[in-house]
Design a binder for this molecule. Structure first.
Ligand code: SF4
Length: 218
């Protein structure tokens, strides 16, 4: 089993109480009921300290009962992508902090599929993200899917942003950011060109990141 990256990377938070603070943060997050239309439970990650910060969109209907982000079909595809660049699912979950634009299941849309969180819900939940940026001070951010990418880049076309790396500032932190498409089975973007090639480029950029190399299979 690979040791958590926090055990050996000098860039990890140094404050002795960081672990306590992130544990407390997650306990507070689990109790959040700010959005009346959202369906609980709040889906959180483990209280780990990491400089790599993944941002999903919102949990689906199964993540709540499974008790972890990306626990269902989209997760299988996502972890297959990461495994292709040397990091299996358990190593990823041990070493990368997993968040989302919204941490609760939004319910189903009348038109089918999952409801897209509204602006108020996104704003509400961004306060939790702000706290995590304060605590973790991420150096590499990986937004997954259009909604997550929009929180950092505004409205943009996936084809113009996937396969690129940027230096970005948000929540008073400066970090590298490498966007990925959403691995949902409902999306064909990453399985057709140019998405397939751009996804491959994005994964190769991630694979070259020192923080990623530190947790990847040698
Ligand atoms: S979506 Fe976020 S802000 Fe809204 S209730 Fe869930 S945890 Fe709270």
């Amino acid at each position: 089993m690979v040791a958590p990256v926090s055990d050996y990377l000098p860039t990890m938070p140094v404050a002795k109480d960081s672990k306590t603070l992130i544990s407390r943060h997650i306990e507070e997050l689990k109790g959040c009921t700010a959005c009346p239309l959202m369906i609980g439970p709040v889906v959180t990650h483990r209280p780990i300290l990491s400089k790599i910060y993944l941002v999903g969109q919102a949990p689906g209907p199964r993540e709540g009962e499974m008790g972890r982000p990306f626990a269902w079909t989209a997760g299988k595809t996502l972890f297959k992508w990461f495994d292709s660049i040397g990091v299996d699912e358990e190593t990823f979950r041990q070493n990368v902090y997993m968040s989302a634009v919204c941490r609760c299941f939004p319910g189903k849309a009348k038109t089918g599929g999952d409801r897209v969180p509204n602006d108020v819900e996104i704003k509400n939940c961004s306060e939790w993200m702000r706290k995590e940026f304060d605590l973790l001070q991420p150096e590499l951010v990986i937004p997954v899917g259009k909604l997550a990418i929009e929180q950092f880049f505004g409205k943009t076309q996936l084809a113009s942003i996937i396969g690129t790396k940027h230096r970005q500032v948000a929540f008073d932190q400066e970090f590298d950011i490498i966007p990925l498409p959403h691995p949902s089975g409902a999306s064909t973007w990453h399985r057709m060109e140019p998405g397939k090639t751009l996804l491959g480029q994005a994964l190769q950029i991630i694979a070259q990141e020192p923080l990623w190399k530190a947790i990847a299979r040698k």
